[in-house]
Design a protein around this ligand. Sequence first.
Ligand code: C5P
Length: 229
Amino acid sequence: ANFIALIPAAGTGSRIGEAVPKQYLSLVGKPMIYHALHALYHTVRITRIGVVLAPDDADWERYDWSRFDDKLMVMRCGGATRAESVTNGLRSLRVSGSIHDQDWILVHDAARPGLSVTLIERLLDQLAEDEVGGLLAIPLADTLKRANSDNRVARTEPRERLWQAQTPQMFRAALLLNALQNAPEGITDDASAVEATGRLPRLVMGDAYNFKVTYPQDMALAALVLQEK
Ligand code: C5P
């Protein structure tokens, strides 16, 4: 089986409040998506990287991606939700003969620029022989409060065994595509689709640097993380 990365990058990034879609905001002189692409590209076992853009994306071609050419496949088939973008990307890779049913797919958010080769290799090492697949995640650090409709604390949720899901999330191509095609509405990651089929994805220890850039203040933090690298 081959290891193939898929980056859904067809979001608008509405919560970050910029005119440019989030994946193109500049971080240490490069568009955000460059950083995750770089880590995936420099992971030797990953032989192909699919990037899913919105059909009307006007930003991708403003940059030079030629250094990634030998692994990169750009697809303008993004959908209305992340799940749709991933589904369309998988279909497109399959139609072009770029993936086979038993290949491992690593789906990674363009908005997680702090991904490192070390983390990707940990995921590959721990899941390559797994029956189901799984995802990077970190144990929750904060105490969790459940609010009532009035924003008062209805109760404190036990934090034990709660993890924050990250990406990459890694599953076999056929299993993932089938799960996504039958997934309930409103899922926000790939593992949820697989869970809905009754399978139990494995949690692999991620790290805090691999956080998702969502709000404006996340940009300064991401820049710091990338400067350190
Ligand atoms: O918006 P959010 O941060 O949850 O998006 C996570 C990832 O999914 C981002 O890389 C974003 O570009 C991608 N996405 C997508 N298609 C959508 C919505 C989000 O590819 N319709």
